[in-house]
Design a protein around this ligand. Structure first.
Ligand SMILES: Nc1ncnc2c1ncn2[C@@H]1O[C@H](COP(=O)(O)OP(=O)(O)O)[C@@H](O)[C@H]1O
Ligand SMILES: [Mg+2]
Length: 433
């Protein structure tokens, strides 16, 4: 079922600009949909049609399968189900305090004071800004303002959330945090995002529309779509560009199309040679065994005649022949956040010799920030964690209990076919594991 749909939508601004020229798109329930395009492609104009602020010059908008009408009652019902966050939060925030701002929507729906209050509290919590409730919005940072704008929309409890350029104006860390937040939200809602950030769209979306000069020039799953984005004035996602460059040189397995850093690294062909460090003096032709430990590949003399041989000695190591995967000594620990205790956690870090900590989801990320946990990896946490484990490190992932099962499955599918690091779930604060 499509909550929102457009058919042959055309829109001409009063000055004659034809911003949309026959756009047919659909927002499928529970999808993460990205509308990608360079500046002026028509993304914002399209989004303003989704909430009935602009009316088509031609074609139509369908809401729950019916042609949208523009009388008061129809628009009210549309805006109860579809919430839009504008690109610039200053266009959206106006009340003297954050809480008042967020309460505006539900109040307008004519709810009781108690219900309004409950909704505001929930929305602030989901947006991770409970502590900002009494602050004046104009004193907040850009990223905080964005969260307030989103909380205001969440308080309406819409089914669909549409966000226009949500990452614009955020610094890299803010961006990663925001993507995590979007992922949390997407577990419960249909989310559509307008963005010119192809890297984000490629890794985040389930479905992508590429807009160019008021038209949809490509659509589909990110892996299909981003093969041919150059005609929309966009550069390819970085992950894909690296992969293609490697594959063209015969350094990556053809036909894989990695969708993130982890898959990119895994796509690199199992090279017949490796550069390794050697603690002992090794001679050319000598049999060695290889080990990956804490970011280094070590070659050790092997009496049993290991399958690798020294091809060449270097100043700082050796070039060796290597067959297949080198078993990593790394580990992935999953640490549920529900029973977090700062002291026990420190003990766990020491006991398991953890090199890196990562967090999955906004709640776990807030925990990392609140507790000032060091060694933290930022963003795309699971993939980074696994990369570190493959390189022989001990990585610990802070994770909500409810997501452990799904995550373990995901890890296994990621690691299938390679010499995988060990995975351990630290159920009881890590001490009984
Ligand atoms: N209020 C307006 N009046 C006239 N032209 C506009 C207006 N807003 C946008 N446009 C034009 O419409 C086209 C699409 O703009 P827009 O939807 O903002 O693109 P995007 O959001 O993809 O950057 C552009 O050519 C832009 O200059
Ligand atoms: Mg725009």
């Amino acid at each position: 079922m499509n909550i929102l749909e457009t058919r042959e939508l055309e829109y001409q601004y009063p000055d004659g600009t034809r911003a949309l020229r026959g756009v047919s798109v659909a927002l499928r329930t529970n999808n993460k949909i990205a509308f990608v395009g360079s500046n002026g492609a028509g993304k914002s104009t399209l989004f303003l049609h989704f909430i009935g602020i602009l009316r088509p010059s031609r074609g139509e908008v369908l809401f729950r399968g019916k042609t949208l009408r523009y009388d008061k009652a129809s628009l009210l019902s549309l805006r109860r189900s579809v919430g839009m966050v504008f690109q610039n939060p200053d266009d959206q925030l106006f009340a003297p305090t954050v809480a008042q701002d967020v309460s505006f929507g539900p109040k307008n729906l004519g709810m009781s004071e108690a219900e309004v209050e409950a909704r505001v509290r929930r929305a602030l919590k989901i947006a991770g800004i409970e502590e900002l409730a009494d602050k004046p919005p104009h004193l907040l940072s850009y990223g905080q303002k964005k969260r307030v704008a989103i909380a205001g929309v969440l308080a309406m409890e819409p089914e669909v959330l549409i966000l226009d350029e949500p990452l614009a104006g955020l610094d890299p860390a803010g961006k990663r945090r925001f993507i995590e937040f979007l992922n949390d939200l997407a577990k419960r809602k249909t989310i559509a995002v307008a963005t010119h950030d192809v890297d984000f769209a490629y890794e985040w979306a389930d479905y992508v529309y590429v807009l160019h000069r008021g038209k949809v020039v490509a659509e589909g799953e990110p892996k299909e779509v981003f093969q041919e984005v150059t005609r929309a004035n966009l550069s390819p996602p970085r992950v894909l560009e690296f992969y293609e460059a490697l594959a063209e040189l015969g350094l990556a397995t053809p036909g894989i199309q990695p969708s993130n850093m982890f898959e990119l690294v895994r796509s690199v062909a199992s090279l017949g040679v490796r550069v390794a460090l050697a603690e002992d003096t090794l001679k050319e032709g000598e049999a060695v065994s290889l080990e990956v430990e804490k970011g280094r590949i070590l070659a050790k003399p092997s009496r049993e005649g290991g399958s690798s041989r020294v091809i060449k000695t270097l100043d700082a190591g050796v070039v060796v022949s290597a067959n297949g995967n080198i078993p990593p000594k790394g580990k992935v620990y999953l640490y549920p956040i529900e029973n977090f205790d700062a002291l026990a956690f420190q003990e766990t870090l020491a006991k398991h010799e953890v090199d890196f900590v990562a967090s999955l989801g906004s709640e776990a990320r807030l925990l990392v920030e609140r507790e000032g946990i060091e060694l933290a990896l930022e963003g795309a946490a699971l993939e980074r964690c696994l990369l570190k484990a493959l390189a022989g490190y001990h990585a610990l992932l802070l994770i909500p209990q409810s997501q452990i099962e799904e995550t373990v499955k995901k890890i296994r599918s990621y690691l299938s076919g390679c010499a995988a690091p060990e995975i351990e779930i630290l159920r009881d604060g890590g001490n009984e594991a």
